[in-house]
Design a protein around this ligand. Sequence first.
Ligand SMILES: [Zn+2]
Length: 269
Amino acid sequence: MKKEEFEKLLLNDNYIKKRKDPSKSEIQLYLREVNYTCPLCGDDLRNNKQKKSNALYEIAHIYPNRPTQEQYKALLNLKRLGENSESFENKIALCLKCHKTQDYHTSKDEYLKLVNIKEKLLKRTETYNATLNLALEDDIAIVVDKISKLKGEDFIQLNYNPVSLNNKFSNNEKLLKTKVSMYVTEYYPYILDLFKSLEGKNGFHLDVLSSQIKTCFIKMEYENENKQEIFNQMVNWINNKTLDISKEACEVVVSFFIQNCEVFREIAE
Ligand SMILES: [Zn+2]
């Protein structure tokens, strides 16, 4: 193929995009992803403190950013990671030596090997994030357990009067809606199961609790039309009552009640 023809071919390949240097924080993500070790040879990628100016790593393209005609042919019809050559999925931290070899001699086997390594790393990060969610689930379970033990007088302490009207005209109802619906999708069945397992124990009934919480919501809505403030107030109240275990867990639980009690109609929809 003539050089111009090949250039045209590259231009028409939507996967191949102009090189974009990773930012400092992206570099940290790439290094953390491989645990500061070159995934091909095992060399340490962390800087030696004495000569900190010479980085021991480079962020390499897995599918070459500018393939030669030979490379392009060798890699034709093979799986490509990410949306385009500049996606996070198509880059990986390598030591300088391995990067050099990989850059100039990307054979089909070497390419597939790196694709395979990167896919495993991506999967591992995904699992790690799922574990973070599990930690939140544990916190939710504690919050739910504590809520189930609340007494009628606890609700009297909830302050129905608006604390401030500063944000009355603020536009974060949309943000709140996004947050609530995200939490509901993710955790509603889980929380419902938790409450079901507590049903009847020590006089706890989800119906009773729900109607108490619903009353609180309705009273607060009479006093204040800012849903974000009501949400915050409710979260703070539950957070205090559950001894400050996790604010996020409390937000998830309040979202559960927004759905369960059918309050905040325009938000819960
Ligand atoms: Zn290496």
